[in-house]
Design a protein around this ligand. Structure first.
Ligand code: DX5
Ligand code: ZN
Length: 217
């Protein structure tokens, strides 16, 4: 199976979002990564369920919703109703992780948990058998265009080995500073899904960027 590429619209031109999304669809992306930021959990603001619903009308791509918001449980049903196929929340942002997993599943979406670079991977271990995906952040979240932090690859290797030992099936996704070079390291460490904003949307040939990432495995 080739790598799944999830272009993040954070680096797209929002004044022509439909065209930008069409571009990555034609380029061969299967997922679309939507970065939801609340100005509290991260020092930036983006968009909420209304925009997710508008994007859902524009595309059949699998909507990979990355919630960088405090107490995500408050909004999960709204993001699923808006068309989110996968809802990923931060383990640092929610005190009742089990309840949050249950709420996403009961709402009918797939569920992911994300870890910031300083958060130890052990924190997610008790939940691995109940979730569909782990999102390993390779930058401190908030902005596109930051530098990849290679230390997080140890978490990816751990998650890959743990999945094998325990015969689990969650996907491993990485987000932040991904290009052909860092993507290669990530895939070698065990990543299944590559998120990329500035590398894809900043490329003149987006199809080549997406296909380049997909061919890393
Ligand atoms: C970071 C976001 C990422 C971001 C990635 O806060 O979660 O999804 O858009 O941007 P690049 O690929 O430019 O590092
Ligand atoms: Zn993201």
């Amino acid at each position: 199976m080739s790598v799944i590429v999830s272009p993040s619209i954070l680096s797209a031109d929002f004044s022509r979002l439909e065209k930008e999304i069409r571009d990555v669809e034609l380029g061969g992306a299967e997922w679309l990564h939507l970065d939801v930021m609340d100005g509290v959990f991260v020092p930036n603001l983006t968009f909420g369920p209304i925009i997710v619903a508008a994007i859902d009308k524009l595309t059949g791509l699998f909507l990979d919703v990355h919630l960088m918001i405090i107490q995500p449980r408050r909004f999960i049903e709204q993001f699923v109703e808006a068309g989110g196929d996968l809802i990923t929340f931060h383990i640092e942002a929610e005190n009742d992780v089990t309840e949050t997993i249950k709420l996403v599943k009961d709402s009918g979406a797939k569920v992911g948990i994300s870890l910031n670079p300083p958060t130890p991977v052990d924190k997610v271990v008790p939940y691995l058998e109940f979730i569909d995906l782990v999102l390993v952040m390779s930058v401190n979240p908030g902005f596109a265009g930051q530098r990849f932090l290679p230390d997080v690859l140890k978490k990816v290797e751990f998650l890959r080995n743990y999945r094998e030992w325990h015969k689990l099936s969650y996907l491993i996704e990485i987000d932040g500073g991904i290009n052909l070079e860092t993507g290669k390291l990530a895939v070698a460490a065990g990543v299944d899904v590559l998120v990329s904003a500035s590398f894809i949307f900043g490329s003149k040939d987006r199809r080549a960027a997406i296909q380049g990432l997909k061919s890393l495995r």
